[in-house]
Design a protein around this ligand. Structure first.
Ligand code: ADP
Ligand code: ZN
Length: 217
């Protein structure tokens, strides 16, 4: 069966981690617009140059720009069988652009999973998040610390803090979420696509809850 899923929720709710695991379980590509954009920035492409400033400040990237990046990814063969979108759509305009893109291939979304966590949980998670420079693996200084301080368990790469995980940028990201992304939740709810999962707990518990919420798809 083809599955087209969207994972929606505030930064730090655990969207990425959960999307990763569920994608492996259902054998679907995990498509994160944040990751796609970071790749463009790292490769210093035209798109990357345009997106960089907003990303560093924790602001949203232009709707058309991020949609172009997403469309390119969706046109790759593996996305034909379905996908999990992580971090897209984030504005009502993106909701519309995504609907158009899917309409062109005679498709629509199957489920939107709202992954939620409290402001307190979010700030704690994001400010303690570290990432391996070399392989990208994520750590948390409190809940998932590396064995050796500042070093990746897998590849010994150096751990760093994302610029947009610093205090000021976290505030901006939460603001953008409240103003631009929250309205999307009511929209999908009215369409009957929404399912919800509380992710204030530990990773494994949240994952089980997410699987439960997706039962029957
Ligand atoms: P988070 O959800 O934790 O904020 P992401 O890795 O999903 O982090 O995104 C990082 C940054 O990339 C965002 O702060 C934003 O600047 C940009 N971005 C990612 N997805 C989108 C999107 N759908 N629309 C606009 N900007 C986006
Ligand atoms: Zn590593």
């Amino acid at each position: 069966m083809t599955k087209r899923l969207v994972f929606l929720g505030p930064p730090g709710a655990g969207k990425g981690t959960i999307a990763n695991r569920i994608a492996a379980k259902f054998n679907l590509p995990h498509i994160s617009t944040g990751d796609l954009l970071r790749k463009e920035v790292a490769a210093e492409t035209e798109v990357g140059k345009k997106a960089k400033g907003e990303m560093l400040r924790g602001e949203l990237v232009n709707d058309e720009l991020v949609t172009a990046v997403l469309r390119k990814r969706l046109s790759q063969g593996d996305a034909a069988k379905g996908f999990i979108l992580d971090g897209y759509p984030r504005t009502m305009k993106q909701v519309e652009l995504l609907e158009n893109a899917l309409k062109e291939i005679g498709e629509k979304l199957d489920v939107v999973l709202h992954i939620d966590a409290s402001q307190k949980t979010i700030i704690k998670r994001l400010s303690n998040r570290r990432q391996c420079k070399r392989c990208g693996k994520l750590y948390n200084l409190v809940s998932l610390p590396p064995k050796n301080k500042g070093r990746c368990d897998v590849c010994q790469g150096e751990l760093f803090q994302r610029k947009d995980d610093e205090q000021e940028a976290i505030k901006k990201r939460l603001q953008a979420y409240g103003q631009r992304t929250k309205p999307i939740i009511s929209y999908y709810k009215e369409k009957g696509l929404l399912r919800e999962v509380d992710c204030n707990g530990e990773i494994e518990e949240n994952l089980l809850n997410a699987e439960e919420a997706l039962k029957g798809i």
